[in-house]
Write a protein that binds this ligand. Structure first.
Ligand code: DGL
Length: 249
């Protein structure tokens, strides 16, 4: 058993969509969240910059002695920068592989739709992993940077978000599996549910990551420990508090 915290990092507020489910699944654990809101969005940055920013967050979490770190950012994982950052943190949990596993289990057809940032799409990681398991898979990709910007401004009921989602949804064939490959996108789940056809399955990372963490976390907090969350951001704290209020609803 260990009372050391579990860290969760993202470019900004997106990781809160993962944190929510983690805190429900691990009610006795202490969580530390860091959102690099000052530098979000990451989805349009170049790899050297992503490395510098990611390394800073990892050093911060090392100082907090986290026993595991959830990289709640597809863009960081897809960029490959983690391979060149050494760390003393015992477990680093990346979200793309567990998400792909969930997508494969959920899918009823071989048509996948990846919604993700430019960096994630261009890396080809999701596409490669899906094809490894389903060689005949067809994979459409769409980047929705508007959703990241709106989420960072705590604008979750925006007509712009609905329009962007509707435009994509209208083009998708029946039976597709839509992968929300950016942790900011699940904030807009009501719009996805409204516009995606009934036969379309939607997969987000939160369930996959939670399941994965359950399997690998070797030192857990005891059942009588009270869970907690500490939040840190590099940018505007008022907006961040608005998002927390919305995400914990
Ligand atoms: N939430 C992040 C992801 O899952 C990045 C969004 C961004 O900062 O562009 O990819």
């Amino acid at each position: 058993m260990s009372t050391n915290p579990i860290g969760v990092i993202d470019s900004g507020v997106g990781g809160l969509t993962i944190l929510k489910r983690l805190t429900q699944a691990f009610p006795n654990e202490a969580f530390i969240y860091f959102g690099d809101t000052k530098n979000a969005p990451y989805g349009e940055k170049d790899i050297p910059e992503l490395k510098v920013l990611t390394e800073k967050m990892i050093r911060f979490m090392e100082e907090k002695h986290v026993k595991a770190l959830v990289i709640a950012c597809n863009t960081i994982t897809a960029s490959g920068v983690l391979k060149s950052i050494s760390t003393t943190i015992p477990h680093i949990i990346e979200i793309i592989e567990p998400t792909v596993q969930t997508a494969l289990i959920s899918s009823t057809s071989q048509h996948f739709v990846l919604l993700a940032t430019d960096v994630t799409i261009k890396s080809g990681l999701y596409q490669r992993l899906l094809k490894e398991h389903v060689p005949q898979a067809t994979i459409e990709t769409y980047s929705l940077p508007e959703l990241v910007r709106l989420a960072e401004k705590a604008e979750f009921t925006s007509p712009v978000a609905e329009k962007v989602i509707k435009q994509v949804a209208l083009t998708l064939p029946e039976g597709s599996t839509v992968v929300l490959g950016c942790t900011h996108y699940p904030f807009f789940t009501p719009y996805f549910k409204k516009h995606l056809g009934k036969t379309i399955r939607m997969v987000d990372s939160s369930q996959a990551v939670t399941h994965y963490l359950k399997n690998i976390l070797s030192t857990k907090a005891s059942d009588n420990t009270a869970g907690s969350i500490e939040y840190y951001v590099s940018g505007n704290t008022t907006l961040f508090q608005d998002v927390i209020a919305f995400s914990l609803d």
